[in-house]
Design a protein around this ligand. Sequence first.
Ligand code: SF4
Length: 417
Amino acid sequence: MRKACIHTLGCPKNEADSDSFAACLAAAGWLITDDPGSADLLLLNTCAFISPAVDESLEAMEQAVEWKASGTGRRIVLAGCLPGRFADDGSGGLEDFDLIIGPADTRGLLSYLGPSAGASRPILENRHFRYLKVSEGCSNNCSYCTIPLIRGPRRDRTAEEILLDADTLAVQGAAEIGLVGQDTGAWSSGEGGVSRLLEVLSGRYPGTWFRLYYVHPSHMLPDFLDLVRNHRNIMPYIDMPIQHFSDRILSRMGRGYTGRDLERMFSEFDRFETPLAVRTTVIAGYPGETETDFQMLEDFLARHSCIRTVAAFPYWPEEGTREFERKDPGETVQDGTVQSRLSRIGDVADLHYLQWGDLLEEMELDVMADSPGLGHTVFDAPEVDGACSLDRYVAPGTVVRCRIIGSLGPDLIAEVV
Ligand code: SF4
């Protein structure tokens, strides 16, 4: 049987696309393998939203070409954000790629694979945590972001499509399902939005954990805390990229909310009756960011105990974005300042890990096993956040009650009780 291997770069949203690509390949009779050495086809699902991601994708392309040259009859499909962002300029170098398709272009893949390929449902995978896409693209048009250029405006999937995929994932044994999209909270195809969708999913699969990713602060679910309170399998966790706190910078970024909005939301998270973990990302060194702006961001991050993980990225000027077009060199933050601000955010992040470590010590928590000796708690997304080491073997996907006995940075140490 012909075998295909998928290599995914980037974030969980790309993982969800890769699931769909895998479904197309399986429907066309290909066996999916993790081993490129035994594969006849390699699908490279790239990322390209900022320059470092572009570089990583280009490197993976070079490796793919080497892989093709080292065997006979091998094929490569180049997919995802890199071809979505940059059109082939005809200067060569892409001859080794048998098919080039944009992000989530399952139709393009299906038509290449031929008439035997009929479906693009998520398929057999033995990974116990999976991602379920609620929408494609983004309509927020933040000043610095290439995603709307690459993936287009937001298109919501219908509730029926999402539930059908959830059924498939559940049948395949998904123990945890993460809802993803560029702007998950904005999903509005069904009555009651994402809240209702989560409620339905939670009731339909009571044994499955549901986790919410990529919630834009302007589209926060108004009743999220009630959902967490009333549904044990909706994780007390929210992934909410805030990017900044200073109104001046937020407005320049075109984010559509103010520091006051963030303050209100995060204070509510802090006060929730049980711990609620927030994962967030911020940009340091945005054009025009003064020490005062940055200090406001730093203070905000430091004063909210709900923050379990904060990741900081430097600003990257990306061609095609509004911020790039402004091009005012006088507003560029010097590299040394950016690095020092990134490191200051790193210090705040470490402090939060310490505080969370203290908070969770001696607590009994549900932990889902991921691999021998390792798992993740309800407060951490698998593969994205910290891991939890377990004192005995537990089959992947199984949830066990554990006592937390220590921590090291983002990681926790637990014993099964
Ligand atoms: S919300 Fe803003 S940063 Fe996020 S994908 Fe959409 S445009 Fe980009």
